[in-house]
Design a binder for this molecule. Structure first.
Ligand SMILES: Nc1ncnc2c1ncn2[C@@H]1O[C@H](COP(=O)(O)OP(=O)(O)O)[C@@H](O)[C@H]1O
Ligand SMILES: [Mg+2]
Length: 381
């Protein structure tokens, strides 16, 4: 997978740009607030179908401008392909892949596959469960369009069920007559989501073990394991029908508690990943350095699983990650970066050199390509 070019017009502080990338390492380099992350956000939009900053489309249209348009040429599945996007303040949008119009952004996901890594990801071990769920959801969605679809259906059913719960104190009758229907629907989707996450996480756990051993060279063994929000017998996890039945009976018990809480208490929107190091919770006992190594391994695992699944190395997008890592982790990451295309931002630490990475200078929303640098110069010893 290679991002060959990106064009953007009126995207954040970028009035206009047309940038070619090399199929190796690309560094978007410049001082603060010049538009480096904005450019990376634009690239990322093609893979996530939304901003990694979690903002609405209107926010990335350039101030005072009516619309933004973006285009990407990329190489995948043995051929050159392209995607065009246009978003306007009046909510008009155009999505086109290889010249064919597409209705929803979610239908694009999986076309241009990338692994995004930014400094907040380094906190994945100690942050709340939503970041860990989102790690799974983003990674799996790029590989399984059906998973993304099911996730969207789940969220829709969940919001219907939550509405019902919220209205229950004043309208208990509607609740009593329809709760079974919504609980059944939710349980069906939950069973599929849980199983898919568990399968994916098994692959992640194996990769993380391997990476972690390579990186730290220590005798510590990490283990990642799916954690349901209520106790489920292990033997039920592999049987989708019985898993759905278990979710259903959980959702049909304790309605008073859900009504008091005002929302659905059980489901995959409450699940988590347990991350252990030598059998102890990494969140509680691991040092900051160990937590960072685990986080880095999880990101690299995402890349290797994508490669195994699709036969193509995904593009690695790094926003200011290097400055957050110490020398040994930088070195390890640099080694891994040799496998595929990397687009990263940096605001210091490189000197002009000979060959290697392509450097793109960012200044006030404009970008200029200025020669190549050696990798060792990006990553000082
Ligand atoms: N919608 C927008 N229109 C114009 N400028 C924007 C918009 N959103 C953000 N910016 C500007 O982009 C700049 C930050 O760019 P960013 O890519 O985050 O910087 P950095 O180079 O440090 O990564 C800020 O000056 C901010 O005001
Ligand atoms: Mg930035």
């Amino acid at each position: 997978m290679v991002c060959r070019r990106i064009r953007a017009e009126d995207f954040r502080n970028i009035a206009e740009c047309d940038i070619g990338f090399s199929d190796g390492i690309n560094i978007i380099y410049g001082k603060n607030a010049q538009g480096k992350t904005n450019l990376l956000e634009a690239v990322c939009l093609f893979s996530l179908g939304k901003s990694f900053r979690g903002v609405k489309e209107n926010e990335f249209i350039r101030f005072e401008r009516p619309a933004t348009s973006l285009g990407m040429d990329y190489f995948s599945a043995g051929r050159d392909q392209n995607i065009k996007l246009m978003f306007s303040r009046s909510h008009k949008r155009v999505i086109e892949k290889n010249g064919v119009g597409i209705q929803r952004m979610s239908e694009l996901i999986g076309s241009f596959r990338a692994v995004l890594f930014f400094p907040e990801h380094l906190n994945i071990i100690k942050e709340g469960p939503s970041m860990r769920r989102s790690y799974l959801d983003v990674a799996i969605s790029q590989l399984r369009p059906f998973y993304l679809k099911t996730l969207q259906q789940y969220n829709h059913i969940l919001s219907q069920r939550n509405k019902l719960i919220k209205n229950a104190p004043s309208d208990r009758k509607s609740f009593d007559t329809t709760v079974e229907f919504w609980s059944y629907q939710l349980a069906q989707k939950a069973a599929y989501i849980t199983q898919t996450r568990i399968n994916y996480l098994e692959a992640v756990s194996a990769e993380v073990k391997r990476c972690f051993a390579e990186m730290t060279g220590e005798k510590e063994v990490p283990d990642l394991c799916y954690s349901c929000c209520f106790k489920i017998d292990e033997h039920l996890l592999s049987d989708r029908e019985r898993l759905a039945e278990t979710y259903f009976s959980q959702l049909m018990s304790n309605h008073d508690r859900e009504i008091a809480f005002g929302a659905t208490v059980w489901g995959t929107h409450k699940d988590d990943i347990d991350i252990d190091l030598n059998g102890k919770s990494a969140r509680i006992y691991a040092s900051q350095g160990q937590q960072r190594s685990l986080a880095l391994s999880m990101k690299l695992a995402e890349g290797s699983i994508s490669k195994k699944d699709t036969g193509e190395e995904p593009v690695l997008l790094l926003d200011d990650v290097f400055s957050e890592l110490d020398a040994s982790r930088r070195e390890y990451l640099t080694e891994k970066m040799k496998n595929g295309q990397v687009i990263m931002t940096a605001c210091g630490g490189i000197d002009p050199g000979k060959t290697g990475a392509k450097v793109i200078f960012a200044e006030d929303g404009r970008f200029s390509e200025q020669g190549s640098y050696t990798l060792t110069e990006i990553v000082p010893g």
